[in-house]
Design a protein around this ligand. Sequence first.
Ligand code: FES
Length: 125
Amino acid sequence: MTRVVIAKVWEIPPGDRKIVVPFRGRAGIGVFNVNGELYALRNICPHKRGPLCTGELTGRIDAAAPPSARQAELTVEGDGEVLRCPWHQWPFEIATGRCLVDPDVRVKTYPVHVDGNDIVVNLDD
Ligand code: FES
């Protein structure tokens, strides 16, 4: 296990992120602050290897009726808890890495914690 200091705690406030490439030639890591909780994801989309962590932050979109219905109204829940890949728009739950359109697809996640003033990610070797 390799310990990587990503940032100082004040560098990633709630709703923000930081992307780092700790080792040349290896995948970058995106660290997200979602409502005060920190999460770390590999910056490679499991679909076609897009730069996932640069994508738009959004929420889970729900509809009370099928989208084709006249009165269909879309609602967004958990705003800021979902990351949408910039290449083909697949949505991923930041807390788990789970893809919301295909539960068998996940992006790699890493343990992240605060040590003093440092945000630290543990990478498996
Ligand atoms: S590369 Fe991410 S959705 Fe296709």
